[in-house]
Ligand binder design. Structure first.
Ligand SMILES: *Cc1c(COP(=O)(O)O)cnc(C)c1O
Length: 243
C-alpha cells in the first residue's frame, strides 16, 4: 500500500488534508480542471511563462486559456493583469510558482474571491517552497506537482494534487480510476466485489513501485533544495557584476 503511504507523507509535508497521486503533472492539472467542471465556453487565466501543460490542461477540457502577463522582475503572474482579464466566462486562475517562487497569493485570492473563481496553483517548480509560512500545496484551492526526473523529487514519472476540499478530492480520486466509485483496496477492506462506474474516468493512477521511490525521495528533498540554492547562489554571484 505504498500509494496510500506516499500520499499521507506528502499530505504531512504540504500540511494539507487530501493528496491524490497521479501518473504525471499534466494528469494532476487535468484532474483539477475536471473537478471544477471546466468545459466549452469557460475561460481560465494562466501566465504565458510556464511549461506547456499549464495551458494545455484547459484545452483538453474544451475551455479557453486566457493569458495574463507576468511581472518583469519576478516572472510571476501579475495580479493586476489577472483582474483585467476577468470576464463573465472566467471560472479559475492557475498561478505558476515559477522557478520555485510562490506567487502573490494574497492579491490573487482577493481577486478570485471578488469574482467567485477557483484559485489553482501549478506548483511543479515549487515543492518545498513556502508562502508566508505555509507550504506551497496548502495555499491555493488545489495544487499540482510533478515527479518528472527534472523536478525536485522524482518517481520516474508521476504527479500529485493537494487540496483541503473532500469534495474535490473524491471527484479526482474517482476520475483517476476509470470513474469507479471504489478502488480494489476499499473493496478488499469491505469484503465486497461490488463497484459502480459513476463518471467517465481515466487511468491516471500512480503505481506502488513509483510511490515506494517517492517515499525515499521525499526524505532527501531538504538536501536537494539546499543544493539547488547553492547552485542558484553561484549563478547570482556570477551575473551580479555590473561591469
Ligand atoms: C513539469 C511541469 C509540468 C508537467 O509535468 P509532467 O509531469 O511532465 O506532466 C507542468 N507545469 C510545470 C510548471 C512544470 O514544470
Amino acid at each position: 500500500h505504498q500509494v496510500d503511504s506516499f500520499e499521507q507523507e506528502f499530505s504531512a509535508y504540504c500540511d494539507c488534508r487530501h493528496t491524490i497521486g497521479v501518473a504525471s503533472g499534466l494528469d494532476a492539472l487535468k484532474l483539477i480542471l475536471r473537478a471544477l467542471d471546466i468545459g466549452p465556453g469557460d475561460e481560465v487565466i494562466v501566465p504565458p511563462m510556464t511549461f506547456a501543460a499549464t495551458a494545455n490542461c484547459i484545452v483538453y477540457q474544451g475551455g479557453t486559456p486566457v493569458f495574463a502577463d507576468v511581472d518583469a522582475e519576478t516572472l510571476l503572474i501579475d495580479p493586476v493583469c489577472v483582474e483585467q482579464k476577468v470576464t463573465k466566462r472566467t471560472k479559475a486562475v492557475i498561478a505558476v510558482d515559477y522557478a520555485g517562487q510562490p506567487c502573490d497569493y494574497d492579491a490573487l485570492r482577493a481577486i478570485t474571491d471578488r469574482h467567485g473563481l477557483a484559485l489553482i496553483a501549478d506548483g511543479c517548480h515549487a515543492l518545498g517552497a513556502t508562502y508566508k509560512g505555509k507550504p506551497v500545496g496548502a495555499v491555493a484551492d488545489m495544487t499540482a506537482f510533478s515527479f518528472h526526473p527534472v523536478k525536485h523529487i522524482t518517481t520516474g514519472e508521476g504527479g500529485m494534487i493537494t487540496t483541503d476540499s473532500p469534495d474535490y478530492a473524491d471527484r479526482m480520486r474517482r476520475f483517476r480510476n476509470h470513474g469507479i466509485s471504489s478502488d480494489h483496496r476499499q473493496r478488499e477492506a469491505q469484503g465486497s466485489w461490488f463497484y459502480q462506474m459513476v463518471d467517465l474516468g481515466f487511468n491516471y493512477r500512480m503505481t506502488d513501485i513509483q510511490c515506494a521511490l517517492g517515499i525515499s525521495q521525499l526524505k532527501k528533498l531538504p538536501l536537494w533544495i539546499d543544493r539547488r540554492r547553492e547552485i542558484a547562489a553561484q549563478y547570482d554571484a556570477a551575473f551580479s557584476t555590473t561591469d
